[in-house]
Design a protein around this ligand. Structure first.
Ligand code: NAP
Length: 246
C-alpha cells in the first residue's frame, strides 16, 4: 500500500546502514526521499537505488546554515517537507576519563545539535501547513546508559528530551514528533565491535539475534504513516526485547 504517496521525506544518514533502510522503506511506501549524508557520492548512490524522484544531497547536519540551505533546496526540488527522519549519528567511544573534548563535541554536534538544526529548519513550514512527522533515531543506551559511551548516551538521552519538548510545542499544529530507540543493529557502526562481542550481544537479546535496518525501517514507516496519527512524544524501543521497562 502506497500510504505515503507523493509525500516528501528527508532522511539524514541515508547513505548506508539504518538510514538507507529507512529511505528505501519510505520510498516503497510512495514517498520522494531526500537522502542526506556528508558524502555526496554515497547520498546520490542511495537515492539512485530508490528510483522515482528521490535525490541525494550532501549536508553536514551539525552545520546550522547548511541545514537551512538543504531544506530550501529539497523544497525547490521535491516540494514541501512532510516527513523528517533525523537518523545521522556517530560514535566516539571511550571510558569517560579518556574522552577528549572533541569526542564529546563531535558526538553532540551530529547526534543532538544536528537533529535540532534540521527540526528547526522544517518545523515552521510544517506548522503553517498544520501537518508533518518528525522521527528521531535515538538508542536504547539513551535510556539505560552504557560504559564507554557517556558522550553518545548523553546525546541520545538529550535527543529524547528534545523530541518530547518539540512534540509539546508542535502538537497544536498537528506536527507529530516521535522517537525510535534501536538496540543493536548490524551496520558499519556495530561492525567495529568484532565477532565475539556481537555473538555475546546476540545471546543477551531475547529474540536471539542482532537486528537489521529493516527492523527499524518498518517502525519508522508506521510513525510516518496514517496508522499513528494519535501518537506524539513517544519513544518506541526496537531492540528484540533487550531492555524492558516496567
Ligand atoms: P552508520 O552505518 O555509521 O551510518 C551513519 C550515516 O550517517 C551515514 O550515512 C553517514 O554518512 C551519516 N552521517 C554521519 N555523520 C553525519 C553528519 N554530521 N551529517 C550528515 N550525515 C552524517 O550508522 P547506523 O548504525 O546506520 O546508525 C544510524 C543511526 O541509528 C544513528 O543515529 C545511530 O546512533 C543510531 N543507532 C544505531 C544502532 C546500531 O546498533 N547500529 C543502535 C542504536 C542507534 P557520511 O559519513 O557520508 O556523512
Amino acid at each position: 500500500m502506497a500510504e505515503l504517496k507523493d509525500q516528501v521525506a528527508i532522511v539524514t544518514g541515508a547513505s548506508r546502514g539504518i538510514g538507507l533502510a529507512i529511505a528505501a522503506e519510505l520510498a516503497r511506501a510512495g514517498a520522494h526521499v531526500a537522502c542526506v549524508a556528508r558524502g555526496l557520492d554515497g547520498a546520490v548512490a542511495a537515492a539512485q537505488g530508490l528510483g522515482g524522484q528521490s535525490r541525494g544531497y550532501a549536508c553536514d547536519v551539525s552545520d546550522p546554515a547548511a541545514c537551512i540551505e538543504l531544506t530550501k533546496q529539497v523544497e525547490a526540488d521535491l516540494g514541501p517537507v512532510d516527513i523528517l527522519v533525523n537518523n545521522a549519528g556517530v560514535t566516539r567511544d571511550n571510558v569517560l576519563v579518556r574522552l577528549k573534548d572533541d569526542d564529546w563535541s563531535a558526538v553532540m554536534n551530529t547526534n543532538l545539535r544536528g537533529a535540532f538544526n534540521l527540526t528547526r529548519a522544517v518545523a515552521r513550514g510544517m506548522m503553517k501547513r498544520r501537518s508533518g512527522r518528525i522521527i528521531n533515531i535515538a538508542s536504547v543506551v539513551g535510556l539505560t546508559g552504557n560504559r564507554g559511551q557517556a558522550n553518545y548516551a548523553a546525546s541520545k538521552a538529550g535527543l529524547i528530551g528534545f523530541s518530547k519538548s518539540a512534540a509539546l510545542e508542535l502538537a497544536s499544529r498537528s506536527v507529530l514528533v516521535n522517537v525510535v530507540a534501536p538496540g543493536f543493529i548490524a551496520t558499519d557502526m556495530t561492525a567495529e565491535l568484532g565477532e565475539d562481542t556481537r555473538a555475546e550481544l546476540a545471546d543477551r537479546i531475547p529474540l536471539g539475534r542482532i537486528g537489521d535496518g529493516d527492523d527499524i525501517a518498518g517502525v519508522v514507516r508506521f510513525l510516518a504513516g496514517p496508522a499513528s496519527t494519535y501518537m506524539t512524544g513517544q519513544v518506541l524501543v526496537v531492540d528484540g526485547g533487550m531492555v524492558m521497562h516496567g
